[in-house]
Ligand binder design. Structure first.
Ligand code: NDP
Length: 288
């Protein structure tokens, strides 16, 4: 049973986490490099520690939500972590998480890394869809799971401390590609007599309908046969790309967000894989 939490970092995300724990009646000790950000939370029931060392000393479960991995190292530098359960909700790379786990182990702490799949207004809101990928110490996770589940859902993805960051960044990377496609789509229609709000509904529904392709790609990756279940083969899709590019030119829109992906599709087609799905592009992305 976790009855007290120490939280380091009261930026937008840290503050949202703090409010969720306070609302649930958790005894919370907070610290922030710039002290005035903690004042509002003090009046809401948090204990404000003057230094990170004092905050860490206040409890066993220590959650950090700082800007980046470098700030985690800076904030915890020289602090006694022996016997602590350190949960790092700071976004970083898988390698940074693995190195931070080793760093924590050397200091006698158990370590759990987390990747937050939410924006601050979703934190502590039931059914908002907010959740956190966790990886690293499964014992730590199991022991503090109830407390960790207060601000957002919990999804444990493995004992490799790098896996939470890897899942987090993989999803964010897919989102980046989707945002690129959305930007191009709006650019195509914006100079016309087409209301962006009405168009947005069509776009959102279309993107949602297309997510089924994610599962088909996964099945093809698992069997290694990229020709099963293909509904639009690569040869047809590459031919279709020409229409996308001509339309961009007609609408005086730069194709620069589309062309890198199209170039990979063409390379795969040139390798004689026209009967496959676009899944083959994934093979081409492996470097080294
Ligand atoms: P903010 O920029 O709002 O806050 C950054 C926090 O880090 C502040 O508390 C800041 O302290 C602290 N900080 C920065 N550098 C140092 C340092 N060298 N030493 C000590 N403290 C430092 O960021 P967020 O709260 O939004 O984000 C925090 C983490 O959560 C990030 O890793 C972010 O990627 C992740 N996250 C954020 C999301 C969001 O939508 N906001 C979504 C998902 C994850 P000070 O007040 O003194 O500047």
């Amino acid at each position: 049973q976790t009855n007290s939490i120490t939280l380091l970092g009261l930026g937008s995300m840290g503050t949202a986490l703090a409010r969720a724990w306070l609302a649930a009646g958790t005894s919370l000790t907070v610290w922030n490099r710039t002290p005035n950000r903690a004042q509002a939370l003090a009046s809401e029931g948090a204990t404000v520690a003057p230094t990170a060392a004092e905050a860490v000393a206040a409890g066993r479960l220590v959650v950090v939500c700082l800007l980046d991995d470098e700030s985690v190292g800076a904030a915890l530098d020289g602090i006694d972590l022996s016997g602590k359960d350190l949960v790092n909700l700071t976004t970083g790379t898988p390698a940074q998480a693995r190195a931070r786990a080793e760093w924590a182990r050397e200091r006698g702490a158990r370590f759990l890394d987390g990747g937050i799949m939410a924006v601050p207004p979703m934190i502590g809101v039931p059914d908002s869809g907010a959740y956190v990928f966790y990886s690293g110490s499964e014992d730590l996770f199991t022991e503090h799971r109830e407390a960790l589940a207060v601000p957002a859902g919990t999804t444990f993805v493995g004992v490799d401390p790098g896996y939470a960051a890897l899942h987090d960044v993989a999803l964010l990377s897919a989102m980046t590609g989707m945002f690129a496609g959305v930007a191009h789509a709006f650019a195509l229609v914006r100079r016309e007599d087409i209301a962006p709000t009405g168009f947005a509904s069509l776009l959102a529904d279309w993107l949602a309908a297309m997510t089924a392709s994610v599962h088909l790609a996964a099945e093809q990756l698992e069997t290694g046969d990229y020709t099963t279940g293909v509904v639009s083969n690569l040869a047809m899709q590459v031919a279709g790309n020409a229409t996308l590019l001509r339309t961009a030119a007609e609408q005086r829109v730069s194709p620069e967000l589309l062309t890198p992906y199209m170039a990979l599709m063409e390379r795969r087609l040139a390798a004689g894989r026209g009967d496959e799905d676009t899944t083959g592009v994934i093979d081409l992305l492996a470097v080294g």
